[in-house]
Design a protein around this ligand. Structure first.
Ligand code: UD1
Ligand code: CA
Length: 472
């Protein structure tokens, strides 16, 4: 990123995040609500780090302070706002920690997760070029309701910001809104902030009143207008949270598409911020990639797959499956309808097919678990083929036990392995066997009752009745 400017003025930043977030109707602090897999506050803090402030302070309410603070870079200083008396009061709380600081103070809100480092940098550049007492980020929107409106005089100079609830009918029509990001010259901020009272509809100490105070004292206030309303979208309700997530989702998908990932239908594909995807991979519709997932090159994911906190190597496919906390090697085929749970490791060229669940197990190179099986706490060696409907009985109601199946083993359909049990390399099991003891290498384990046929049994029992039925 281009440097903010050439001047040597120092920059301190204050993120306000102590608000009650009442409109979220949540037990969780507002700024902890996630947008595409990251808490809102983390997005704001990441954007801020791009402009490299010398100091960053975050204002928090005492009850959520530790949790929120722990998500931020270590050097971010914590400021407590004991009572949530308004945005002006929150900045006053930070003021005590910034005593003696001489330079510019950037104030932003923790509930605007879509603001970018580029937008912050352009605001600071404008501020330093014109050196007003305050530069605020504004944007023209179609529906300005709930936002503070930017009032200007006949010469176009900013005179004040009026909050929605305090605005008169004419002011409510103003479509230029206050984005809630400001660069202040420190001394002017503290002087004006000392004069703010709570004579307004909400009985709060508004930071926005500083704008009117500065302007009425003849000090310059600059509105730095940006084009993209998303930049300042404030999240106050779940509805706005969804709107912000939608925009962030598009940004993330666009980034991947520009980097060479095919996304068949971006309107129904969801990729969280921490996910990486290699070139020429195709994401088919209804695909959800979350957490710290890494997908390699030339993979096909979906349709209808969920992959969370997993690694998928080059050239693998995951069709209509759930993969959680698993490692999938290269050239692996997963699904349709497989469920890979934490601790599953599928080596290169292996397969987990239809209606297959695997947990905490290693499946060796080229090994196949094609149909209707549960493999838990197991090792399956290279080149082994697991027959349809195999089950590793790994749990006796108290403890979990391991099943170890060697390489190049062929297990018959419907084999149950009662763990702990081992099957040697190159061995086989008979269909329908309940394997309770080890099978030696190259041997056959068969454990089922022999078939016996009873001549005439069925015709004697049902034959006469069938004749009667026919006569009716
Ligand atoms: C605020 C602005 C409004 C602007 C809008 C942009 C004020 C008075 N109004 O309105 O002009 O258009 O943002 O999104 O500033 N906070 C504290 N302590 C408090 C109160 C709030 O830290 O005592 C924090 C909140 O956690 C939040 C931020 O300040 O992150 C903004 O507060 P909020 O109540 O959301 O203000 P808005 O009504 O959205
Ligand atoms: Ca807000």
């Amino acid at each position: 990123m281009a440097p903010v400017d050439e001047s040597k003025r120092s920059l301190a930043a204050v993120i306000l995040a102590a608000g009650l977030g009442t409109r979220m109707k949540s037990k969780t602090a507002k700024v902890l609500h996630e947008v595409c897999g990251r808490p809102m506050i983390t997005w704001v803090s990441a954007a801020l780090q791009e402009v490299s402030p010398e100091r960053t302070l975050v204002v928090l309410a005492p009850d959520a302070a530790d949790e929120v603070h722990s998500l931020l870079p270590q050097r971010v200083e914590l400021v407590l706002q004991e009572q949530q008396l308004g945005t002006g009061d929150a900045v006053r709380a930070a003021g005590r920690a910034l005593e003696g600081f001489d330079g510019d103070i950037l104030v932003l809100y923790g509930d605007t997760p879509l603001v970018t480092g580029e937008a912050l940098a352009s605001l600071i550049r404008a501020h330093r070029e014109h050196e007003p007492a305050c530069t605020l980020l504004t944007v023209e929107v179609g529906d300005p309701s709930h936002y503070g409106r930017v009032c200007r005089d006949s010469d176009g100079r900013v005179t004040r910001v009026v909050e929605d609830r305090d605005a008169g009918a004419e002011e409510k029509k103003i479509c230029e809104i206050n984005g809630g990001v400001y660069a202040f010259e420190a001394a002017s901020l503290w002087e004006a902030l000392a004069l703010v009272d709570s004579e307004n509809a909400q009985g709060e100490i508004y930071l926005t009143d500083v704008i009117g105070i500065l302007a009425s004292r003849g000090m310059a206030v600059l509105a730095h207008k940006v084009d993209d309303p998303a930049m300042v979208l404030g999240v106050n309700s779940r509805k706005e949270l969804a709107a912000a997530s939608g925009i962030m989702r598009s940004r993330i998908l666009e980034r991947h598409m520009l980097a060479g990932v095919t996304i068949t239908d971006p309107s129904c594909t969801y990729v969280e911020a921490g996910v990486t995807i290699g070139r020429d991979t195709v994401l088919e519709p209804m695909t959800v990639l979350t957490g710290e997932t890494a997908v390699g090159e030339d993979c096909v994911i979906g349709p209808s797959s969920l992959i969370a906190d997993s690694v998928i190597d080059d050239g693998s496919s995951v069709v209509a499956s759930h993969v959680i906390g698993a490692e999938v090697g290269s050239g692996v085929s997963v699904g349709p309808f497989a469920y890979l749970r934490p601790g599953t490791r599928l080596a290169a060229g292996s397969k987990a097919g239809t209606f297959v669940e695997i947990k905490n197990s290693d499946v060796g190179e080229g090994a196949k678990v094609p149909h209707l099986s549960y493999i838990g706490d197991s090792e399956v060696g290279a080149g082994t083929n697991i027959g349809a409907g195999n089950i590793t009985a790994n749990y006796d109601g108290v403890g979990k036990f391991r099943t170890v199946i060697g390489s190049d083993v062929h297990t018959g359909a419907d084999t149950v392995f009662v763990a702990p049990v081992e099957v040697g390399d190159g061995a086989m099991t008979g269909a329908g066997s309940v394997i309770t003891g080890d099978v030696p290498s190259g041997g056959l384990g068969i454990a089922r009752a022999r078939q016996k046929n009873i001549e005439g049994y069925a015709s004697n029992k049902f034959g006469p009745r069938r004749e009667e039925e026919k006569e009716k």
